[in-house]
Design a protein around this ligand. Structure first.
Ligand SMILES: Nc1nc2c(ncn2[C@@H]2O[C@H](COP(=O)(O)OP(=O)(O)OP(=O)(O)O)[C@@H](O)[C@H]2O)c(=O)[nH]1
Ligand SMILES: [Mg+2]
Length: 561
């Protein structure tokens, strides 16, 4: 069920005045709608709105003191005869050969100058413009001053150009007088192709049953009733319906009075445009629907996206490397000095990924646009998981939106997919993995290791020296005893044992600390990756949802009469 259109008043508003400022506000709202949906919805759906904005702007800029009324109808219904009868001049040829009128004729009541711009815009050739201004008329034509009457070609013509001209002009004029005759008043073409289409322009529609003189007087009310019933079916309930006779001035009074009222009110142009806005709003209604935009994708979809992004960015590989790098660096700092050098020869796991090395040399995320790290590229499975997660985000965000929008939301979600790998890589490279500072306890343990190793070396040296002296027959060194054990032996064995013991005690602590550092790095990386997802995936989605909300508000304003 159309919602906004439902709010557009569907009753006859012939007597209601249209406020020019309110109309301009409504047109501005249509303009805002078009700006909001620009590039998001198919252009083909927006053509009527663009046409309206352009035409309405032009019409409002042109003379509002003139009212353009078109006589439209099937061939031979008597349009030209009515035109001439109203002008009281033979301006437009009337004929028996059908169709007679091939180009639009215009008659202006009052001076032509003011009307010329309007007629240029409408596209009536200067040689088919006439002025109904004569000194002989005295004052009897003043009531029609400001009227520009158009005699259109036939819309049911065998000439295609006639129909095109009629369709073009019906989009521009302020009011239409539909001329039917007793033979063809029930013709399907006029009802299905024209009158029904004009049901939102009821307040600028007049229908005349011409050639009423051809009916027996008693028949006229019966035909008018029948025609009224057809008009009701067309959605034109309440439009003025008159019987006219073009060949008899008395049979023109009703139409003339109706035109005088239209001219006096100076409302037809505004009412016509208001009807156009109604039509356009009703046509756009299904593009926005009644549902407000959701607050965006739900948390579950965002979590899924972040997980997929972390996978594609290689976060598990980096955190694994962080843990190993911690162990490696802790090992080189706190291990037994004898094997430290050997450990150093092994490559640092983070260095291998071109991530900050032991000195904490952070990569600058803005430094380059090319890959900053050597984290392995995402696998096909990770890429497809990311694609699915982005799709899920878009689907959840667009769940409540009308059919025209999910496509735009999905495109927005994917719009920066190409930039994601670099952005993720730069983010990984720029994240502080928590390894840039050597913990104090490493230094203390490292110092202890050096001390005990030094003790062992001193002990060893002492012992070697003692043996050497003894071998050379020189006086032996005086070895102090600690309990039953000579000090050099104690230094050597104690130093070695203490080194091994410290190394053994340190290992579980290093493992535990490495896991902690890994968890912290994972937390930081996930948060940074989520920021990338927010900027590259959720941001564009939010922009489309914002546009949807703006479009919906604008259309609601445009619907407000
Ligand atoms: N009796 C009678 N004849 C009329 C009346 N109006 C028009 N006619 C005649 O109907 C015929 C067609 O009239 P036109 O005015 O040329 O009709 P039209 O609608 O302009 O036709 P096209 O220009 O072909 O679209 C002419 O012969 C007119 O004299 C009327 O009210 N009564
Ligand atoms: Mg004609």
């Amino acid at each position: 069920m159309s919602n906004i259109a439902g709010r557009v008043r569907e009753v006859f508003r012939g007597d209601q005045r249209v406020d020019a400022d309110a109309l301009i506000d409504r047109l501005d709202a249509v303009r805002r709608f078009l700006t909001a949906v620009d590039g998001l919805l198919p252009d083909a759906d927006l053509v009527p709105a663009h046409t309206l904005v352009e035409r309405a702007g032009s019409r409002l800029a042109l003379s509002r003191d003139h009212t353009v009324v078109a006589l439209a109808g099937a061939t031979g219904s008597g349009k030209s005869s009515l035109f001439n009868a109203l002008a009281q001049l033979e301006l437009s040829p009337v004929g028996v050969r059908r169709p007679t009128t091939g180009v639009t004729h215009a008659c202006v009541w009052g001076p032509l100058e003011g009307a010329n711009h309007l007629l240029d815009w409408i596209g009536v050739l200067p040689r088919h413009r006439f002025v109904r201004e004569s000194a002989l008329d005295a004052d009897d034509e003043t009531a029609l001053h400001g009227l520009i009457l158009l005699d259109l070609p036939d819309f049911d013509s065998v000439q295609r150009s006639h129909r095109l001209e009629v369709d073009r002009l019906l989009g521009l004029v302020d009011q239409v007088v539909w001329v039917v005759d007793p033979q063809k008043y029930a013709d399907r073409v006029i009802h299905d192709s024209y009158l029904r289409e004009f049901h939102r322009h009821r307040d600028v529609t007049v229908v005349v049953l011409n050639q009423a003189d051809r009916l027996p007087p008693a028949e006229v009310p019966r035909v008018l009733d029948d025609l009224r019933r057809l008009l009701d079916t067309d959605g034109l309930t309440g439009v003025p319906l008159l019987a006219t006779t073009a060949i008899d001035p008395a049979g023109m009074v009703g139409l003339r009075n109706a035109l005088e009222r239209t001219v006096a009110e100076r409302q037809a142009a505004l009412r016509r445009l208001a009807g156009d806005v109604d039509t356009v709003v009703a046509g756009l209604d299904e593009l926005v629907g009644s549902a407000g935009p959701s607050g965006g994708p739900d948390d579950a979809a965002i979590d899924g996206l972040n997980r997929a992004l972390a996978g594609a960015a290689g976060v598990p590989a980096v955190t694994e490397a962080v843990e190993r790098a911690y162990r490696h660096r802790a090992g080189t700092a706190t291990g037994w000095p004898v094997v430290r050098g050997w450990r150093r020869l092994r490559p640092d796991p983070l260095r291998r990924l071109h991530l900050p090395g032991p000195t904490g040399d952070q990569a600058d995320p803005t430094e380059s646009l090319v890959a900053a790290t050597s984290v392995p590229d995402p696998t096909a499975a990770q890429r497809s998981a990311l694609g699915l997660a982005i799709r899920a985000v878009a689907d959840r965000a667009a769940a409540d939106l009308p059919a025209a929008w999910p496509g735009a939301v999905t495109s927005a979600a994917r719009s920066r997919l190409g930039d994601l790998p670099d952005a993720l890589d730069r983010t990984i490279a720029g994240t502080d993995l928590g390894l840039d500072r050597r913990p104090l306890w490493w230094r203390i343990v490292g110092g202890v290791q050096w001390l005990v190793t030094l003790a062992a070396v001193v002990g060893l040296g002492w012992l070697v020296l003692g043996y050497a002296l003894r071998a050379l027959g020189l006086p032996a060194l005086d070895n102090p005893m600690v309990g039953q054990v000579p000090l050099p032996t104690l230094l050597l064995l104690g130093g070695l044992l203490a080194g091994l013991l410290v190394a053994a005690l340190t290992r579980p602590v290093v493992r535990w600390a490495a896991r902690r550092v890994r968890a912290r790095a994972e937390q930081r990386l996930t948060a940074r990756v989520a920021q990338v997802g927010d900027e590259y995936v959720l941001g564009p989605v939010r922009i489309v949802l914002g546009s949807y909300a703006q479009a919906r508000d604008a259309l609601r304003d445009a619907a407000r009469r």
